[in-house]
Design a protein around this ligand. Structure first.
Ligand SMILES: Cc1ncc(COP(=O)(O)O)c(C=O)c1O
Length: 363
């Protein structure tokens, strides 16, 4: 008899893994600051909780396609409800886009380091990840390198804007160069809501119908556990995603939560203000002790501490020991092994992080 694994599709055995073990550790240690995940530290408002509780009474019914909610989301982009597809967090867009565009052996071009879910989801569709390192000097996208990696097997290009883990925006003219290739392009705007003064790139879909935008409520809206996201594209693009998404992929509760927070923009604004205030304080404190934070625009900050001679592993361990604070491990970039990432938490957690920075690096 064949062994079980011999029945699996081959790419199941060779795909990279997305490691979620840090979540089990974090839930098991609630007194530790969870500054290693790009979550929002502020819980949902009473309005959101009430909306979820109310709709739960109808939880015996299958949800519809929620045109009212899609209309509200479309308006944010000057588009219609037909340009919006709802999903169970934007991770579902990541997974679906691989299965929409890649056949086994096809390639997706992305830059590295990146959000670690992208490579495994491409590989689980049988796709090949072509990783182009960020430019060594400024950790910006290596646009020339990415364009140079295009070949007949290239079926998808990924741009995260602002990027994760650097938090840096791509220049408009560079993005247009990707659009001009005519190859399907995912612009992941997971963190754009932290800068509402900066417009979404959704205006591009009119001229470039192969472009789509990925949005999530896990960040500025604080719904990482509620799970809600949406894809923006032409009607044809959104139909493709809706075909690939499971029917009823978004629960009634998640949709009610999304509508409640959209109807209460002050809640989003307050969460954004909290984050941006702490991002500024972190920057000041890090610079004071001679570290190099990147000019970040999301809810996280990449920090280069290589010049202190400490490795990422040492920094993470010291943060946990000195201030019960989880920080994010970043693999070496261009041979420098002192990078780590931090996300603002609640005030008290952030004060602990600042204390750690002063005590660990300031002496
Ligand atoms: C760039 C990027 N895209 C998407 C996601 C996934 O978000 P969601 O919770 O909506 O699945 C993340 C999460 O960290 C991210 O960093």
């Amino acid at each position: 008899m064949k062994e079980l694994k011999e029945w699996f599709v081959p790419w199941l055995l060779t795909a990279r893994e997305y490691n979620t073990s840090i979540l089990d550790k974090a839930w098991a240690n609630p007194d530790y600051g969870r500054l290693m995940l790009n979550e929002n530290p502020i819980p949902p408002s009473e309005k959101v909780i009430k909306a979820v509780a109310e709709i739960t009474a109808k939880g015996n019914r299958y949800p519809d396609s929620m045109k009212r909610l899609r209309t509200k989301l479309g308006k944010l982009h000057n588009l219609g409800p037909e340009n919006v597809g709802l999903c169970n967090g934007s991770s579902e867009i990541i997974d679906s886009m691989m299965r929409i565009f890649l056949q086994p052996g096809d390639e997706i071009i992305m830059s590295t380091p990146t959000f670690e879910l992208f490579p495994p989801r491409a590989e689980l569709a049988g796709g090949k990840v072509v990783s182009v390192p960020l430019r060594p000097a400024d950790l910006q996208y290596d646009v020339e390198g990415m364009l140079g990696a295009i070949n007949p097997r290239t079926k998808l290009i990924l741009v995260i804007n602002p990027n994760n883990p650097t938090g840096i925006f791509i220049e408009e003219e560079d993005l247009i160069r990707f659009c001009e290739t005519g190859i399907p392009l995912c612009v992941d705007e997971a963190y754009l809501d932290y800068h509402p003064e900066i417009p979404s790139k959704s205006y591009l879909i009119e001229k470039y119908p192969h472009v789509f935008l990925s949005h999530t409520f896990s960040k500025a809206h604080g719904f990482a556990g509620i799970r809600f996201g949406y894809v923006v594209g032409t009607e044809e693009m959104v139909n493709a995603f809706n075909t690939m998404f499971l029917p009823w992929n978004v629960s009634l509760m998640a949709m009610a939560a999304a509508e409640a927070i959209l109807d209460n923009p002050e809640e989003i604004a307050a969460k954004v203000a909290h984050n941006n205030r702490w991002m500024e304080i972190f920057t000041e404190e890090l610079v004071k002790v001679g570290l190099k934070p990147f000019p970040a625009h999301g809810n996280y900050m990449l920090i280069d501490a290589t010049m202190t001679g400490k490795t990422t592993a040492e920094i993470l361990a010291a943060g946990m020991e000195m201030e019960k604070t989880f920080l994010k491990k970043i693999n070496p970039i261009h041979g420098k092994d002192g990078y780590f990432r931090v996300t603002p938490g609640l005030d008290e957690e952030n004060e602990r992080f600042v204390r750690f920075i002063r005590n660990y690096f300031g002496k």
